[in-house]
Design a protein around this ligand. Sequence first.
Ligand code: PNW
Length: 458
Amino acid sequence: NKFPQPTLGSTFPEKFVWGVATSAFQIEGAAFADGKGPSIWDDFCKQPGAIADGSDGLLACEHYQRWQDDLDLVASLGVDAYRFSVSWPRVRPGGAGAWNEKGLDFYERLVDGLLARGIKPYLTLNHWDLPSELQATGGWTDRNTVHRFVEYAQGIDRRMGDRLATITTHNEPWVMSVLGYEQGIFAPGIKSRAAAMQASHHLMLSHGLALQALRAQGSKARLGIVLNLSPVQAATDSDADQAQAHLEDGKLLRWYMDPLFKGHYPEDVIGHLGADAPVLHTGDLAAIATPMDFMGVNYYSRSVASANGPWDTRQSGHPLTEMGWEVYPEGLTELLVRMHTDYPVPPLYVTENGGAFKDLVQDGQVHDADRTDYIARHIEAVAQAMRQGVRMEGYMVWSLLDNFEWASGYAKRFGIVHVDYATQKRTLKDSAHWYSNMLHARKGRAAAASIPHNTTTP
Ligand code: PNW
């Protein structure tokens, strides 16, 4: 094997969960099949200029049709877990009223298909594809959406919660609110900071209320949320850059971690927001702080703060991915240790980590040494955090497949499995072979270790 093997043996316990991740809108396609309603991402793709290559999610990876083959692929990798999301408008078009049995059946078959292959299902309820009809009344800025989300969570749990390892309420509330409602570069394409902060509050409130509702109905799944986090470092040690870094850390990390674990929003950020701060009702903060069973972190890079406006990653000296994001594995160790030090966190997962790189397609093989190097170094960064006492339960690569990379369309490829969109042919990249070799070697060691010493093997 030509790739470096992380030192898995000593640091990662046998029960550590290795996985791959996807999301519904990015892979399923079948945008209007079997009664699915439109989502805000179906709508956003139609806005001129919204998606870099003018593409949409109508076909994507055709996973809705190809799910059995895709699950075979997941199984062949030797992973323990598969993280996927449910499309809310596929199971309950419009977000309220009647449920769509065909949509529910799809995810139930998917969950059963995973279990049949010995893979743990990690289900995310909201990976951004809100039913369009709920956007008509303001989407996440409307408190009504909070209650519709709780019903959605209850419906999924009633139908398949007994077979799920975990339920994640939301994927990346910062991205949904800031990129969707403040910067307007993601669906629903709104540009208002006040709207973004109200949306963010309702996402967090609906997370807490959903946890309470699922516990009340006796959910068997472990419950949590997934945040996109980065350590925020100051560009220089000037007072102005340090202050900027503190504020940006407040908006990205403390804005979510403080209410989840300390029961309040950070005062400095509230002050900074002024009239754009969200409206809270009595009891909201207590609901958000409902204890979780696990928490997921999506880590791609660090963030560098400068008082002179956006910092250009090209001056970092570190390699950049095709997204322009710095390859900075040390930041993952720093982040995990900080979360563990500053907050009473439950067991943590890295629920997404990976990169968009240029793949070299040659003679039926796909060479992506940069991606293998990226993943290997970040796994080592997780090991470093664990050696410093952080309770880690799993690591998942983003992503299983090349897929619809949101505003970047299909041009940016994060998969460890290559997708030829013309034929929908899947080809394991070198990084997938590397990951899989590592996981199979580990399974081999575990099997060998479990043979009692006093038995002779034939
Ligand atoms: C995450 N940012 O999105 C999502 O969970 C995935 O669906 C996505 O494909 C993946 O990361 C790669 O982009 C992010 O600008 C999008 O900081 C943007 C940011 C972070 C995460």
